[in-house]
Write a protein that binds this ligand. Structure first.
Ligand SMILES: Cc1cc2nc3c(=O)[nH]c(=O)nc-3n(C[C@H](O)[C@H](O)[C@H](O)COP(=O)(O)O)c2cc1C
Length: 256
């Protein structure tokens, strides 16, 4: 690796905000105080927004937006390959060709698509568990770490067990130079924004195929990078999410 990234202001921000198991309780965290949760302009002119006038064509997205909730307990029922494939397609599927760019379901600064997706397959019908890399162009998964990595993944995410209990988890990393090569340090902002778009697409798609999901960004950086076999500079873990079948919230009555 060329050392220039280690000096980059954008990467230094990522490094300075790293979480590390050994120091998580003792590391100095500046107290910036809190900010009010809402901002209001009580004296300004009001424009009331209509709530109930949505057209039918908008109804499907309304449903997904309304129902999406972060769920951290999942049913034992395995998820189907169809459900997994749909979530992956919605997150980063190729939807159009524009010049040399393969445009995707989520927007990307400069159409550079710096985000890579890894799938920790943990309980997907008929599929071998392991960590796979998602090849968006071929729409395929490639096995990069064999065997169920759910518990290692949960450990890397600060011991948040729901990631290990999920049917599958997605982890999004950034190939930093894809964006920084064009935008310099500002490119790091775009890495984070791109990952956010992708994650939200995945969460809404999960809702569409009746899966529960929860995004997660609290993780030990080095542990997660190590699990994925990436160095944390050229490629950096940024974000993840757990997915699984929803637990029944109602109990069917026998004999009725
Ligand atoms: C950037 C980001 C990081 C998050 N990280 C975690 C996490 O590490 N663990 C977790 O349980 N939830 C995490 N969440 C989920 C939030 O706690 C959740 O979105 C919030 O409580 C609002 O609830 P809702 O998603 O059901 O609307 C994260 C959400 C975001 C947007």
């Amino acid at each position: 690796m060329n050392d220039d990234l280690k000096q980059a202001a954008g990467i230094s921000f990522i490094e300075q905000t790293t979480l590390d198991r050994a120091t998580i309780r003792t590391a100095y965290r500046p107290d910036y105080g809190a900010a009010p949760a809402y901002k209001s302009y009580p004296d300004a002119a009001v424009l009331e927004l209509p709530r109930a006038a949505w057209q039918l064509s908008e109804a499907r997205i309304i449903n997904l937006l309304q129902r999406r909730r972060s769920l951290r307990t999942f049913a034992e029922t395995p998820v189907s390959l169809h459900q997994l494939a749909f979530v992956l397609w919605a997150s980063q599927g190729v939807t159009a060709l524009a010049g040399n760019h393969l445009l995707r379901t989520a927007p990307s600064a400069g159409a550079l698509y710096p985000i890579e997706t890894y799938v920790s397959l943990q309980r997907v019908e008929g599929q071998a568990s392991g960590i796979y890399h998602f090849d968006t162009r071929a729409f395929q998964l490639r096995l990069v770490v064999e065997g169920d990595q759910g518990s290692g993944l949960a450990a890397a995410f600060l011991g948040q067990q729901f990631l290990g209990q999920a049917s599958f988890c997605l982890v999004w990393t950034a190939v930093s130079r894809r964006s920084m090569g064009k935008y310099g340090d500002r490119g790091v902002r775009y890495l984070l924004l791109d990952a956010g778009h992708i994650c939200q697409n995945a969460l809404l798609a999960a809702e569409a195929v009746n899966l529960g999901s929860c995004p997660a960004a609290a993780f030990y950086d080095r542990e997660l990078n190590d699990l994925l076999g990436i160095d944390g500079y050229e490629e950096i873990a940024l974000y993840g999410a757990a997915f699984g079948a929803k637990q029944e919230t109602t109990t069917p009555l026998a004999g009725r």
